[in-house]
Design a binder for this molecule. Sequence first.
Ligand code: ATP
Ligand code: MG
Length: 137
Amino acid sequence: LERTFIAIKPDGVQRGLISEIVSRFERKGYKLVAIKLVVPSKEFAEQHYYDLKERPFFNGLCEFLSSGPVLAMVWEGQGVIKYGRKLIGATDPQNSEPGTIRGDLAIIVGRNIIHGSDGLETAKNEINLWFKPEELV
Ligand code: ATP
Ligand code: MG
């Protein structure tokens, strides 16, 4: 069954949005197969966002991701990669539809509270980066 990596970024954790966000994935019907709270190092954040290393905001993005606790999760279900990103909404909350997580709960792109894998290959890589096999149930 398809799996995706979802993370609540430090801003989402700090703002007390864990239960709100987790419940949206639960209510949709997806299955939670791994969850942990971690403070990633800057180097770890750079690995996670490696594909964006040429972008001007890369350094600030990695500093932000490593600035506090992140809730790392793996969710399972049919079509969860693509539909999970639908639940999350557009990258820039200015463009996220109401009803989406970013649309309802965020305002600026640098503080968009949640991450979701963008494809099958990245989902596999991100799950392997953040979790050991025995941490998945
Ligand atoms: P994520 O990978 O976090 O789920 P995404 O896939 O919607 O987000 P990406 O293009 O992968 O978007 O960008 C990764 C993250 O980089 C975004 O979530 C956002 O926090 C940050 N970001 C993207 N564009 C900008 C920008 N123009 N200025 C500042 N930060 C940005
Ligand atoms: Mg992305």
